[in-house]
Design a protein around this ligand. Structure first.
Ligand code: ZN
Ligand code: ZN
Length: 553
């Protein structure tokens, strides 16, 4: 007999933009929705990626029936290559979503053992104990889906990432009629994108960006146009290409992911272009500036991406200068503002004209604002609601929006990563917690714990001091003098003074311990460390990483 409860476990994406992942569970069987990554903050030294903590899932791997992907963005698919190593179950998604995911899994050399199951718009499919329906939604990547999941307690709707674009580039609109019909059927729980829940009004249509680009291109017939955007934003690439083609410009693609994604999207007939529209980047200099448009990656200031290399003059085959206009067809993701600012500065230094979304409407968000969220809620009229996909304040605003539309507070739960909830026919309640800390990946070394990361922060902030000395146990005195080496401290005279002061303090501390009859190496090292730590704390208000090497002979 089917159980009368469904459990949802939130493994990521609630309290941050990134690493989206949750598990739906019924009768002991589990289906995972999305497995995304998050990019680190600048103070997370050496961290390349952050994943959800998958331990809870890995412990239950025999009970997992599938991973369903809502769309192809990295914050929904980027952790797959780590998850499938332990939880190798079929992966479901649209052709493009799976194409992007497969490309990443191939790079990680794990694609061969994965099973990919393609789903079409509107398709219904049994996955584990559930029936999933894939509902088309508009977003900043084509072929995105919302999910209507039929469970033993009713329909659970997951919005995926979406906006209500009435004039999308591919004319594939969010299926409002179907959402309305599901609303009529009755929705037990809505999980909905909160990214723009603070923003009033409606998100601009993607098509509005094309108009702005067309005007900017028309005003600059003599200049070479370089446009940076997300490589997965196929509709943006399409619009840039259309504008270029109208003006007789050839298009050169720059950046590995841009080339790969354009190739895939053309194969799937999601991007319309002739081979004759393209030229190789190597040949760009053979054309007049006004005959060329370059489309590149790096709109977020990513260190290894094409635009960043261009801004530093490090790019192969292309230099930008006074004849170029660079358009950043993007908006910096919170945390990337600084890197984007650096890229823009460097481009200016090269004499290049730079246009970004703060000056011209060259970007449109992929996420619903309040007006669209209200429409979504109104169509679905959920009995229970949990805001997902957002920083904490976004979740709070989204909860308020639901309340303002008449849903009572006891049917709205503000959850965070690690929370579990239970959905029953009569309501929802909290049902426990699972580990869901940040899982850091250091590209060269693999997993990284909080402790070494904290040490890296201390090294970066305070530097390091190495103390060494040799002690003769029989004589009870120092035989190899105390030496202090500092890294990441001051330079010149102040450094020498500091070192002399610390050396004295450490020498006295060791002498004192020896006079008390102490001969144990560990104890002598501790005494040296304590003396140096106290002095540095009192005198300099700094706590560098202290390393001691007091050796007892
Ligand atoms: Zn997302
Ligand atoms: Zn997305």
């Amino acid at each position: 007999m089917a159980s009368s409860r469904v459990r949802v476990t939130f493994l990521g994406g609630l309290g941050e933009i990134g690493r989206n992942c949750l598990a739906l569970e019924q009768d002991g069987r589990i289906v995972v929705i999305d497995a995304g990554l998050m990019f680190p903050e600048p103070t997370m030294y050496g961290v390349d990626l952050i994943l959800p903590d998958f331990r809870w899932l890995i412990e239950r791997r025999d009970r997992v029936d599938g991973i369903v992907l809502t769309h192809g963005h990295e914050d929904h698919t980027g952790a797959l290559r780590y998850l499938v190593k332990d939880v190798n179950v079929p992966i479901y998604g649209s052709a493009l979503t799976l194409g992007f995911a497969r490309h990443r899994l191939t790079e990680a050399k794990v694609a061969a053992k994965c099973t990919f199951i393609e789903v079409a718009d509107g398709e219904r499919r049994r996955i584990g104990p559930f029936e999933f329906e894939f509902i088309p939604v508009t977003h900043s990547v084509p072929s995105a889906h919302a999910l209507a999941v039929r469970t033993s307690v009713g329909v659970v709707v997951h919005s995926g990432d979406f906006k209500l674009d009435q004039t999308p580039i591919d004319n594939r609109r969010t299926d409002l009629a179907r959402l309305g019909a599901i609303g009529d059927e009755g929705v037990a729980l809505l999980l909905c994108d909160s990214t723009n829940a603070e923003e009033p009004g409606f998100t601009n249509s993607e098509r509005s960006v094309g108009g702005a680009l067309r005007r900017l291109f028309l005003e600059r017939p003599e200049r070479r146009m370089v446009v940076a955007c997300f490589a997965s934003h196929i509709h943006r690439v399409q619009q840039i290409m259309d504008v270029a083609r109208e003006q007789g410009r050839k298009v050169a693609l720059m950046g590995r992911s841009m080339e790969a994604n354009v190739k895939l999207a053309r194969k799937l007939h999601l991007l319309h272009a002739d081979a004759a529209d393209f030229i190789d980047l190597e040949t760009v200099d053979r054309y007049e500036p006004g005959e060329v448009c370059v489309i590149c990656t790096g709109s977020q200031g990513e260190p290894m991406a094409a635009l960043t290399k261009l801004s530093r003059g490090d790019a192969r085959f292309l230099r930008v200068g006074a004849d170029d206009t660079v358009i950043l067809s993007s908006h910096p993701i919170p945390g990337n503002e600084w890197s984007v600012g650096r890229v823009i500065d460097d481009l200016h230094r090269a004499g290049t004209e730079v246009i970004d979304s703060s000056q011209e409407p060259v970007h449109a968000s992929g996420h619903a604002r309040q007006g669209e969220l209200r429409t979504f809620h109104q169509l679905l009229r959920p009995r229970n609601f949990v805001p997902v996909h957002g920083e904490y304040r976004h979740l709070v605003h989204h909860a308020e929006l639901a309340r303002s539309m008449g849903l009572s507070a006891k049917h709205i739960l503000l959850c965070e990563d690690g929370d579990q909830i239970e959905v029953r026919t009569d309501g929802i309640r909290r049902a426990g917690q699972v580990p869901a800390g940040l899982h850091y990946i250091d590209g060269s070394a693999g997993d990284l714990d909080e402790r070494p990361l904290e040490e890296r922060r201390m090294l970066a902030e305070f530097g390091v001091l190495l103390l060494s000395a040799g002690v003769d146990a029989e004589l009870g005195r120092i035989v190899q003098p105390v030496r202090v080496v500092a890294r990441g401290w001051f330079d010149g005279e102040s450094d020498r003074q500091l070192i002399a002061t610390v050396t004295d303090a450490v020498r006295s501390a060791i002498d004192e311990a020896l006079a008390d009859g102490e001969r144990d190496e560990t104890a002598l090292n501790k005494a040296a460390q304590r003396a140096a730590g106290r002095l540095l704390g009192q005198r300099f208000r700094r706590q560098p990483v202290l390393m001691t090497a007091v050796v007892v002979y």
